[in-house]
Design a protein around this ligand. Structure first.
Ligand code: ADE
Length: 263
């Protein structure tokens, strides 16, 4: 998978993403991440990319043309590269890549969205700055508007990094253990069960004995119950979308009723 991040601060995103698991996956060639500096597509000698908004108002806007030219350069390159590995296929149709504009006005990012976007071969992430971007270029190039939460940041770079991290770890081979992306928070709309490592007793707290029993079926059962209880406790809103057995529904219900009673 190839991530293309359009930004005025390429070092910020590359420094943030070149480390740890995602950086190693890029080094191994499992994915690629590039930051495209929109300023390189400025069309005036001062290399400015922003201007005052028509109609007045606070701050500056990113202009349409540099953003558009940066996008066209990426699109051309993507299509050229695909054509290259198309084995001389004559009916090659140029592809319109997905373009995500990071904005507090977008759909709120969640795990299912990450899973869906991880299916793309190329993903363009457009980071706005200042007071935003001229609406006309957004209308022409953006396919998805995505927010990472209901708060306002100074730019789209941190949200883009959040999205790349969440999506990249779903690319096959990126996590050492292929199953670890499956059995974790948000799988089946349930939160992950509690985990413990050595020592067996720490601050007088004992690791739950079932985990030391070596009985795999019992351990699985305990973990599933803990997931249900934890979700009922911390994120009861998720339970509606979870597939629970009748027993598990009862467990969640009892937990919630107990909480209400003890409140
Ligand atoms: N840009 C500024 N704030 C943002 C947010 N919450 N999500 C995505 N992009 C943003």
């Amino acid at each position: 998978m190839h991530f293309h991040i359009m930004t005025l601060f390429p070092e910020m995103v590359m420094n943030g993403l070149n480390t740890s698991i995602i950086g190693r996956a890029a080094d191994k060639g499992l994915l690629s991440i590039e930051a495209i500096n929109i300023r390189d597509y400025a069309f005036n000698k001062h290399q400015s990319v922003d201007d005052y908004p028509y109609g007045g108002g606070a701050g500056m806007l990113m202009q349409a043309e540099p953003v558009y030219q940066a996008y066209k350069a990426i699109e051309e390159r993507i299509n050229y590269e695909h054509k290259g590995d198309g084995g001389g296929c004559e009916e090659y149709m140029p592809k319109k890549p997905r373009v995500v504009y990071l904005s507090p006005q977008g759909d709120v990012f969640h795990q299912k969205m990450a899973e869906e976007l991880a299916q793309e071969e190329d993903l363009i992430l457009l980071c706005g700055h200042y007071e935003g971007i001229d609406e006309r270029v957004l209308e022409e190039i953006v396919t998805d508007y995505v927010s990472i939460g209901d708060y306002v940041l100074t730019g789209g770079e941190l949200p883009a990094m959040v999205m790349v991290d969440a999506i990249a770890r779903l690319v096959p081979g990126v996590l050492h253990n292929d199953v670890s992306a499956e059995f974790e928070s948000f799988q089946d709309n349930l939160l992950e069960y509690p985990q413990y490592s050595r020592p067996e007793i720490w601050h007088e707290k004992q690791v739950p004995s079932v985990l030391l029993s070596g009985h795999h079926a019992n351990i699985e059962k305990w973990r599933r119950e803990q997931s249900v209880i934890r979700t009922a406790k911390r994120r009861p809103d998720l339970l509606e979308g979870a597939e629970l057995t009748e027993d598990e529904k009862q467990l969640a219900k009892e937990f919630i009723e107990n909480e209400v009673k003890n409140a």
